[in-house]
Design a protein around this ligand. Structure first.
Ligand code: DGL
Length: 272
């Protein structure tokens, strides 16, 4: 039997499949387990304590599957739970393992791109309330001004198949207008789902604003991380095997999952 020690990818649902798609494209040799907590998604408007509890359960489940490393592809979980997981849970339970998020890679990329040091962030309410992007951007350069907008309508509109609707157009204009008025030159799409809206967002912002979409950036940062951390890289099994797991197997996951991942996927239900 193959000894598997995959990379775990975690998200509240299927949006993280877009980040995962880019990771697999760049690093096809590794084994992966993708876990989407669809039974309890969306996380975006939940309380911090709840998001922490769900994230810890998901991380615990993935480490019990012998994952060598976990990527939290969910911005809300990365923002509301990751620091505590890294500073308490890992040290107590898995001191040799790592959980990485998506906020720092996106913040680093935006900080490199901005010229006028005015960066906009659109995200869920949870991510905005956590101020995680503000914290990480200020750590890189305290002169960066960060303008955030919570966009609670975007995820449900995408999940109900309304990404090309008039409602979406209006919702996007409402989110983006206040940021454009602040003269941002860089915009972070701080939510798994927003990558799908890149073209529509660009139509509103115009070419003058650089858009940071997480998929490719997170994949590149992971590649770089694994190069620098051979002790972790050596533990990951390399048979190009992928397993898709979800806490609630719905037709929606099967359908939208394939849209986000870019091809048909076979999903298995698990209890975590
Ligand atoms: N995955 C979430 C994020 O990136 C969006 C969906 C949700 O609210 O659960 O913030």
């Amino acid at each position: 039997m193959l000894k598997k020690s995959p990379i775990g990818i975690f998200d509240s649902g299927f949006g993280g499949l877009e980040v995962f798609r880019e990771i697999v494209k760049l690093l096809p040799e590794y084994d992966y387990i993708y876990l989407g907590d669809t039974a309890r998604a969306p996380y975006g408007a939940r309380a911090q304590a709840e998001i922490y509890k769900f994230t810890e359960q998901a991380v615990d489940f993935l480490f019990k599957q012998d994952c060598a490393l976990i990527i939290s592809a969910c911005n809300t979980a990365s923002s509301e739970a990751l620091r505590k997981i890294q500073q308490n849970y890992l040290i107590k339970n898995y001191p040799d393992k790592r959980v990485l998020g998506v906020v720092i890679p996106a913040a680093e990329s935006a900080a490199e791109l901005t010229k006028n040091k005015k960066i906009g962030v659109i995200a869920t309410q949870g991510t905005v309330a956590s101020e995680s992007f503000i914290r990480e951007l200020k750590k890189i350069d305290k002169n960066i001004e960060v303008y955030q907008m919570a966009c609670p309508l975007l995820v449900p509109l995408i999940e109900t198949g309304k990404e090309n609707s008039k409602e979406m157009e209006l919702a996007l204009e409402e989110c983006l207008k206040p940021l454009i008025e602040k003269h941002i030159d860089t915009l972070i799409l701080g939510c798994t789902h927003y990558g799908l809206l890149s073209d529509k967002i660009r139509d509103i912002t115009g070419k003058g604003i650089k858009i940071v979409s997480e998929g490719k950036i997170v994949a590149e940062k992971l590649k770089d991380y694994l190069k620098r951390h051979r002790e972790i890289e050596e533990k990951i099994s390399k048979n190009s095997l992928i397993e898709f797991l979800t806490t609630d197997l719905t037709e929606k996951f099967q359908k939208l999952g394939s849209v986000f991942f870019g091809c048909e996927i076979e999903v298995k239900k698990v209890d975590i």
